[in-house]
Design a protein. Structure first.
Length: 254
């Protein structure tokens, strides 16, 4: 186990790959990780993160890739090795949302949806292992949702199921690769305000906010700070955990 550097950030000397960084949780994570001393390869699908993260300076390197394509994921980790020399942390945050239930989806739309939400996380985990294990280990954080643990009648069923599969994948990796220096954990956010919720009708937003014991939605930085903790040496004995960061939502019986 290593220790924090006195007077330095929580992630001083660390290097990280974070996917889905153009907005929301991924954008906040890139900012918090850089603030805590990490060098970050900030990955996004369409390249809009170049502008949104431009003020973070040389410690944040934008990269464009589609995590549902294996060659793109391979290129992500090759770029990080080339840029930083090693990869300490991989945060698999990229995802998409689907609405409706099982009967509303065709096989084609199901496959398209799960390409990012499950296959993307699996591919990023695969290449994280191939990169980290030979170097003595590292940290994998897969971002899912509190909806992967429990559900309600309004929940998008395929979304919850895909995220639950990522939870299971993460636990299996934690057990199988722990002895090789890998820590793998899940951050499972509750309802959090991001750019996607701006302008949403109050009759939609208010019931979601009320699920929290605090009566409010989370903030992306609150999620990002927990991710930074999980990535840091202070969480050196945390492995195989699915951690809800939901303001108490998942503690309710109904």
């Amino acid at each position: 186990m290593t220790t924090d550097i006195p007077g330095a950030g929580l992630l001083a000397g660390k290097t990280a790959i974070i996917t889905g960084t153009a907005m929301g949780l991924g954008k906040a994570m890139a900012r918090v990780f850089v603030r805590e001393g990490a060098k970050v390869l900030a990955v996004d699908f369409d390249g809009s993160n170049e502008q949104s993260l431009a003020d973070l300076g040389p410690d944040c390197v934008p990269f464009h890739a589609d995590v549902s394509k294996e060659e793109d994921v391979k290129a992500i980790f090759a770029k990080a090795k080339e840029q930083f020399g090693h990869v300490d942390i991989a945060v698999n945050n990229a995802g998409t949302i689907a609405v409706g239930g099982v009967t509303d989806l065709s096989a084609e739309s199901y496959n398209e949806f799960t390409q990012t939400n499950f296959l993307g996380a699996m591919l990023c985990t695969k290449y994280a292992l191939e990169t980290m294990v030979p170097d003595g280990g590292g940290v994998i954080i897969n971002v899912t949702s509190v909806g992967s643990l429990n559900t309600e009648d309004r929940a998008p069923i395929i979304y919850s199921a895909a995220k639950a599969a990522v939870n299971s994948l993460t636990k299996a990796i934690a057990v199988k690769y722990g002895a090789q220096g890998i820590r793998a954990n899940v951050l499972a956010p509750g309802f959090t305000h991001t750019e996607k919720t701006l302008g949403a009708p109050r009759d939609v937003i208010a019931p979601m906010e009320e699920k929290s014991a605090f009566g409010r939605a989370g903030d992306p930085e609150e999620q990002a700070q927990v991710a930074a903790f999980l990535a840091s040496d202070r969480a050196s004995y945390v492995n195989g955990v699915v951690l809800p960061v939901d303001g108490g939502w998942s503690a309710r019986m109904a």
